[in-house]
Every structure is written in C-alpha cells, then in structure tokens.
Design a protein around this ligand. Structure first.
Ligand code: NAP
Length: 292
C-alpha cells in the first residue's frame, strides 16, 4: 500500500485529491487530514459511500498551525502505519481570505508547511517518498512585483530555512501590507507573500532531503469556499470567471505525487508543467526549463 497524508482534506481541492487518489490508485491508503475531526469524519463518510474506499481511508485530526496537533497527528499516523513508511505527503491546507491577518496567513500557508514537513518527513520512504506543496500562482506573481533585491532573495539557491524564517519575522514586525510594499515586497499581499515563501521553502526541503521528491504546484483557479466570496462579489457564476472544479485542481498535485517527475524543489503550473518562481506562466504555454 502507498500511504499518503493530505492536509486540509475535508473539503475543496484536498477532498477532491483524496477522492482522485482512491479512485485512480487501488494500492493507496489515504490519511485525510482535517483540523476539525467532525468535518473530517463527515468528508470521510461521504467518500466511504463508494465501495472500496472506506477501508483505505483514515481521518487524522491535524491543525497545521498548531505544534501539538501536528505532533499528535504524527504519532497517530506512525501507529496506524505500524512501521510502514509513508509514500506521500501533500501540504494542501491553506487560508486566503482578505480578512485574515498577515500572522494567520503566514502561520498556516508557510510555517504550517514547514511544521508538517519537519514532523512527517522522517516517516517518508527515504528513497522514493514524495512531498507536494499546494502553493499558488500568487507566489510567482508576488515575486515578479518585488524589488530586484527581493527577487534575488526568493531565487537564491543557497537560501536556508534560518534566513527565510528571519525574513518572515521581519515581515511580521513590519506589520501590514503598506509597510511590506514600502520595503519593495510587491503590494504586500499576505497571501502572495505566504505562497512565494512556501515555494522558496519547497526548494530548501528538496536540498535538505535529496532522497525525496519535493515539489510545489498551483492547482489553478478553482471554485471552492476560498474563491466563492470573490465570485459572489462579482455577481457571477464561478465558471463564468474561469474557475475550474476541485477535481481539475487535483490534477497537478496528482501528477507530482504519482507521475514521472524530473528533479526536485521546483514549482509547477496547474497544467502540471514546470513554471518559474518569479513570473506567471499561463497553463498551456511552454514549460520552464531554467534554474532554479
Ligand atoms: P478551501 O476549500 O477553503 O479548503 C481549505 C482547506 O484547508 C480546508 O480543509 C480547511 O479546513 C483547511 N485548513 C485551513 N487552515 C487549516 C489549518 N490551520 N490546519 C489544517 N487545515 C486547515 O480552499 P481550497 O481552494 O481547496 O484550497 C486548498 C489549497 O489550494 C490552499 O493551500 C490554497 O491556498 C490553494 N490554492 C487554491 C486556489 C483556488 O483557486 N481555490 C488557487 C491557488 C491555490 P476547514 O474546513 O477546517 O476550514
């Protein structure tokens, strides 16, 4: 069995990814991560209606923003797997609402990814385990609008977690979007910053764990609870705004989990092709082949 943990999997893209894994990979066992156990169980009950899914599925309570919750989840998965290694870890949990504070967004979208990687990477199969970080095209778009100095920072192939962590602390001390923008960090968007940092962190883990295949991707522009308020504010149906379904959003993460993937530490577009870290590449346009 290939054991895979997906965080934030009780709804949206995470839930669609769990469903796709169960449907397409009969040799898989999925740990459905949910910060609220009740919401996790409700999602699992829905999936369990399909024959053959319930016995390959286990809900794991996991709040990526909480050290204790992550430690408990690690213990639970370790015990459940009874010495078997994990094949995959998908860091999908994320928040993006405009009402969220910079601290909350960084805690979940960047520090949460690091917290879960640190806790679970030792459980991954050392020579073929995969980590997929669901980030966003907001990351490269953010970097594109930064000053040249900050662009060099995000692209630096020698960037360490210590330096990235120090940078995040500086951002938190700066306080708000206007203060970040004044320092040359694009428009200071908390979400864009958090995803640019999650992409940079992906490259760091790949360097730290050369035996693993570690990559990030955007799912694309997907109709979920995260994007629904935007569609509502525009007074349009999600499809009319170009939003795709959660199942379509699961395609790039699925490719990075199971497909033939060259290299590690890279960022992919929603078409499952590599993309640069410092500018947007539209799906369907030529794949990026440069460094980093
Ligand atoms: P969603 O429907 O709002 O789902 C987000 C999931 O993350 C939910 O299960 C949520 O749990 C969970 N979550 C939030 N904070 C968490 C925490 N601290 N610990 C554990 N789980 C937590 O959003 P989505 O669109 O599917 O987003 C999934 C990922 O795709 C996110 O990383 C997002 O940034 C990324 N993304 C989405 C789009 C898009 O167009 N939708 C585009 C680019 C990137 P609750 O139900 O408990 O809130």
């Amino acid at each position: 069995m290939r054991r895979i943990l997906v965080t934030g999997a009780n709804k949206g893209i995470g839930l669609a990814l769990v469903e796709a894994i169960l449907a397409q990979h009969a040799d898989s066992f999925v740990y459905l991560g949910a910060r609220d156990a009740g919401r996790g169980r409700a999602a699992a009950a829905l999936l369990g209606k399909t024959a053959g899914y319930a016995e390959r599925l286990e809900v794991v309570e996991l709040d990526v923003a909480d050290d204790t919750s992550v430690a408990r989840a690690r213990q639970r998965v370790g015990e459940s797997a009874r010495g078997e290694a994990l094949y995959g870890l998908v860091n999908n949990a994320g928040i993006g609402g405009w009402s969220e504070s910079l601290a909350a967004v960084l805690e979940t979208n960047t520090l949460g990814v690091r917290r879960v990687c640190e806790a679970f990477s030792a459980l991954l199969e050392p020579s073929r385990g995969r980590i997929v970080n669901v980030t966003s095209a907001s990351g490269p778009t953010f970097v594109a609008a930064c000053s040249p100095e900050w662009q060099r920072f995000f692209l630096d192939e020698r960037l360490t977690w210590q330096r990235l962590r120090g940078f995040l602390e500086q951002c938190l001390a700066a306080g708000d979007a206007a203060a970040l923008a004044a320092r040359g960090l694009a428009d200071g968007s908390a979400y864009g910053l958090s995803k640019a940092c999650a992409n940079a962190y992906t490259a760091i883990v790949a360097r730290e764990q050369p035996g693993l295949v570690v990559n990030a991707c955007t799912p694309g522009f997907i109709a979920t609870d995260m994007t629904r308020p935007y569609a509502e504010s525009e007074g349009k149906a999600p499809a009319a705004l170009g939003m795709k379904t959660p199942a379509e959003g699961a395609k790039a993460p699925l490719h990075l989990l199971f497909g033939v993937v060259q290299g590690s530490g890279h960022y992919y577009g929603s078409d499952a092709k590599r993309s640069p870290l410092d500018r947007y590449r539209a799906p369907g346009s030529p794949e990026y082949t440069g460094a980093p």
